[in-house]
Design a protein around this ligand. Structure first.
Ligand SMILES: Nc1ncnc2c1ncn2[C@@H]1O[C@H](COP(=O)(O)OP(=O)(O)O)[C@@H](O)[C@H]1O
Ligand SMILES: [Mg+2]
Length: 268
């Protein structure tokens, strides 16, 4: 997370400055929650410079995400998946190219407006759950619901991921899969337009991973949250509406699944 700089992906804040934020949706109809396209990136490039060395993480990526869509982003390690997700989520900025969120150009947005974007519009789920150990499941979710408008209650969010009977457990009293479902509940309790998940099952065994994917699938179906899930496990691809393959910083394939595979029927 160090390279994410001063932004907190969990609450969307840039440092602590939660100050009066400018609405991203000054124009009516600009909110993708109202329907249509959530993201459109065009010609996205990202170059990291580390001293003398430069790494070209993205080499011209066009990526679309429609409202309500479930997309799996597949590719080998180092292919640029996390870089793309972090740019979509406003945690990082491209070197060139454009990111549209609905009618809002994120590439030209100021820091205040990006903070509001991360805080209210995007839910993040990472491989390691980033729960606060001294807070219960309910309290971990409440941390986020306290800072946004019209959130779900922590109880509703936890019930949606199948944790109604684990609300008062501390992270150490929960399995890895349960902790990840708390992280999902925390991410969706603010009713984000989009849920961005970077290897959400990367630290889990197969059985537990399936339960976590099932929770993501349920959120997508019941709340209509547009979802991007990064994985290098091709088996997950069957549950997606669309699979976008990255290799060496480029989109090398896009497949649409005419029939989605139920999570329990995915073959590992
Ligand atoms: N903050 C960073 N600084 C320098 N290089 C980075 C940084 N983030 C990613 N990279 C490099 O960019 C390339 C793509 O990384 P990443 O997007 O994390 O790939 P993936 O998520 O597909 O494994 C890799 O070569 C990686 O080492
Ligand atoms: Mg990655």
């Amino acid at each position: 997370m160090a390279h994410h700089g001063m932004s907190c992906a969990l609450c969307g804040d840039s440092m602590i400055a939660a100050s009066a934020s400018v609405s991203l949706n000054a124009k009516p109809g600009a909110d993708p929650r109202a329907g249509a396209r959530v993201f459109a990136t065009r010609g996205l490039t990202k170059t990291y410079r580390m001293g003398e060395v430069t790494v070209q993480a993205l080499r011209g990526v066009d990526f679309d995400l429609e409202a309500g869509e479930f997309v799996v982003l597949l590719g080998p390690s180092g292919s640029g998946k996390s870089t793309l997700l972090n740019i979509l989520g406003g945690l990082d900025v491209p070197t060139s190219g454009e990111v549209m969120y609905g009618e809002k150009n994120l590439t030209t947005a100021d820091e205040k407006s990006l903070t509001e974007y991360r805080r209210s519009h995007v839910g993040f789920v990472f491989q390691f759950y980033n729960l606060i150990p001294s807070l219960t499941a309910r309290e971990n979710v409440a941390l986020v619901t306290e800072i946004v408008e019209r959130p779900m209650t922590p109880e509703e969010a936890l019930a949606l991921v199948g944790l109604a009977d684990r609300m008062d457990h501390f992270p150490a009293q929960l399995s890895g899969g349960e902790q990840q479902r708390v992280a999902i509940a925390r991410a969706i309790a603010k009713r984000p337009a989009v849920l961005l998940c970077d290897e959400p099952t990367g630290a889990l065994d197969l059985t537990t991973g399936v339960i976590v994917l099932d929770a993501l699938d349920r959120v997508n179906r019941e709340l209509g949250t547009a979802t991007v899930v990064i994985t290098h496990n091709a088996a997950i691809a069957g549950m997606a509406d669309r699979v976008v393959r990255l290799a060496d910083g480029r989109v090398v394939g896009i497949e649409t699944n005419s029939h989605k595979t139920a999570v329990r029927d995915l073959q590992w």
